[in-house]
Design a protein. Structure first.
Ligand code: PRX
Length: 630
């Protein structure tokens, strides 16, 4: 039955049909929040006790601001919980992964098959000398081997750092050297929109200056097979086929790192966000079970690439922890036509569909005639992540995809938080435009610069007051940078760097970043990375990048460039500069617009005032310009 629509003076609210709650088997939000508030340790202990630990923890949480430790001294292996916990019970033959490749290719892995593959890959890595704590870089597209490789690292206690396969050579090099990876796992190419994109040349370029890398494992998918460099490049299949079958899970400490995932920084280099084994596992498990409400018979599709945090937590670890069935595909939403994703939902009977506002807006633009061709009645829950889900997109998603039968979860969180933090949990009234409330276990607030709450309806900074299990442990080899996160206002809250507004009911609306990160089609890009890529071109003297609002992508990148003396701004130069950024950083970071200027607005201390550029671009008041250098 559709939810009731009630029109408040200026805010639409959807009151859910009570059957939502029953079908999702979730407990009442308020009751769960009260349970958490009454005794946070007992709350997390109860959740963690669903999982298997080789050794119990001494304390649930130790909080020595800004450092927390979770499930202190416990020992575990996340893959034991993702694999054995199901294989040894009645999920042995259950589908873990449905994978759909372009041209109707399909692969199906049961939990047992996945378990076997992970053990072999674990042994293969060990045979190359990978030991607990070593870093392994994975640069693969969204194929089952990526899941196997990640889990194989976790199996043996190695730390994976997955790099999205759309990144360019410089971005890949920075992540490999930043993490000091010993091994790189990659493929010859990735498939995209009927063609293939070579990955090996990018890896080769990235490895020219990457002294820590000892071997590269290459999955060769194409004929004729690409050649391999003796002693350095190894064939994925051959390695696995020679590996021993049984690989016991390494007993890792709860506080040992599970993975490093790089996210764009506000200053040049990307930050290696470190997540630990125990806390991350509990956070991923809890939110997949209680927020996504993933259940035994669901077929669950998270459209995010596994190379992003959403792909890590809700594409792989969370669903495997709860024993769910994952749907994974290399199909982009518009190839071979704009109906492909809806066709896949019908074919696989997808029940939970978790995607991004930029995809939803693209579908809106292409029109509902595409989704109407297919039977979407298997869907029971829709989700969104990555940037604000604007009310128009919410309405369209709700009506045309959910057919007014599916609640929408607009989930706010970050690479750093590891898990969902704010959303409208299934069963609560939904307000388009608002992500919702902090989930039980999360204490969030909207504050002014001092850290004091601002009145309802007023814009402020979104801050988190208390630690949560899947919070990042540190920034890799830069704990100082980590400390800055927990240094907001006079109380030392965790700063999300997002602007937000809370209404009288405690619902939170996200209004964008407060720092120099641009969210382009849901992906984080730092202005500094783009600027330094531009400046590294011989024609450029200086550059500034801003995010310019865009109805489809949320933002596009606009760059202002000062050319070196004597260089003229020709169409060829524009092309070259864009190409230069693409090769270095990847297609996401390429400025859609380039303007050539003679000077840039700067503070007297020489900092570029991007705020002023943005205001000029949008024709709005730039605000306080007292520090602007005349
Ligand atoms: O600005 C917020 C935006 O994405 C940022 C985090 O980006 P990343 O670490 O790449 O993680 C994205 C996936 C978890 C946030 O600081 N963001 C994420 N989700 C939302 C959002 N903005 C508004 N609404 C959301 N639901």
């Amino acid at each position: 039955m559709p939810a009731e629509e009630v029109l408040k003076p200026d805010q639409k609210v959807y009151y859910p049909d009570p059957s939502y709650q029953n079908s999702a088997l979730i407990r009442d939000y308020d009751e769960l929040y009260r349970e958490f508030e009454k005794d946070p340790d007992a709350f997390w202990r109860r959740i963690a006790s669903d999982l298997l630990w080789f050794k119990q923890w001494d304390t649930v949480r130790t909080w020595d601001h800004p450092h927390a430790s979770w499930f202190t001294n416990a020992e575990l292996n996340i893959t034991y919980n993702c694999l054995e916990r199901h294989v040894n019970n009645d999920r042995r033959n259950k589908v873990a992964i449905f994978w759909a490749g372009e041209n109707g290719k399909e692969r199906i892995l049961t939990y047992y098959q996945l378990y076997k593959d992970v053990m072999r890959m674990g042994n293969a890595l060990k045979s190359l000398g990978v030991r607990k704590g070593d870093r392994v870089c994975i640069y693969l597209p969204g194929i089952p081997e990526l899941v196997v490789s990640m889990l194989a690292c976790a199996r043996i206690g190695a730390v994976h750092t997955v790099v999205f396969a759309g990144y360019g050579a410089k971005a890949l090099n920075e992540r490999i050297t930043g993490a000091g990876a010993k091994i790189v796992i990659t493929a010859d190419a990735s498939v995209r929109r009927g063609g293939s994109i070579p990955l090996k040349p990018i890896v080769e370029e990235a490895l020219i200056h990457a002294p820590t890398v000892e071997k590269v494992i290459i999955l060769r998918t194409q004929e004729p097979k690409v050649g391999l460099l003796d002693d350095f490049e190894l064939d994925y299949e051959e390695l696995i086929s020679q590996a021993d079958r049984n690989c016991e899970p390494e007993h890792v400490n709860s506080e040992d790192p599970l993975f490093i995932l790089y996210t764009s920084g506000t200053t040049g280099a990307p930050k290696g966000i470190v997540h630990t084994a125990g806390g991350y596992m509990v956070g991923a498990y809890y939110t997949t079970k209680y927020v996504l409400t993933l259940r035994e018979n669901d077929v669950y599709w998270c459209t995010a690439d596994p190379g992003w945090i959403t792909g890590h937590t809700y594409g792989i670890y969370g669903p495997l922890l709860v024993g769910g069935t994952i749907f994974l595909t290399e199909y982009t939403p518009d190839y071979p036509d704009a109906g492909i994703w809806w066709k896949l939902i019908e074919e696989y009977g997808v029940t939970i569909f978790y995607t991004a506002p930029t995809a939803i807006r693209m579908f809106m633009r292409m029109g509902e005639e595409w989704s109407e061709k297919y039977d979407l009645s298997s869907l029971r829950l829709l989700g969104s992540v990555g940037e604000p889900l604007n009310p128009e997109a919410f309405e369209w998603f709700y009506k045309h995809i959910g057919k007014k039968n599916c609640p929408i979860l607009d989930t706010w969180w970050q690479t750093e938080t590891g898990m969902h933090m704010i959303t409208t949990m299934v069963g609560l009234p939904m307000k388009p435009g608002f992500a919702g409330k902090p989930i039980p276990g999360v204490v969030a607030t909207v504050v002014n610069e001092e850290g004091d709450p601002v009145p309802p309806g007023t814009n402020g900074f979104l801050a988190i007051k208390e630690p949560w299990p899947s919070m990042m442990k540190t920034v890799y080899q830069n704990d100082e940078r980590y400390r800055q996160y927990w240094n907001f206002g006079k109380y030392g809250y965790y700063s999300s760097n997002d602007i937000a507004m809370m209404d009288e009911d405690g619902y939170i609306m996200l209004l964008g970043r407060s720092d120099d990160i641009i969210i382009v089609a849901g992906h984080n890009v730092g202005t500094a990375e783009i600027e330094s890529a531009l400046v590294s071109h011989s024609a450029v003297a200086e550059a500034a990048a801003i995010g310019k609002p865009d109805p489809l992508k949320g933002n596009i990148i606009k760059a202002f460039v000062i050319l070196r003396n004597g260089v003229s701004p020709t169409p060829k130069l524009i092309h070259d500069l864009k190409y230069h950024v693409r090769i270095m950083l990847g297609p996401i970071s390429v400025p859609a617009e380039l303007d050539f200027v003679d000077n840039l607005p700067k503070t007297r201390s020489g900092k570029i005032m991007r705020r002023v550029l943005k205001a000029q671009e949008m024709g709005i008041d730039p605000g306080d310009v007292s520090t602007l250098d005349e």
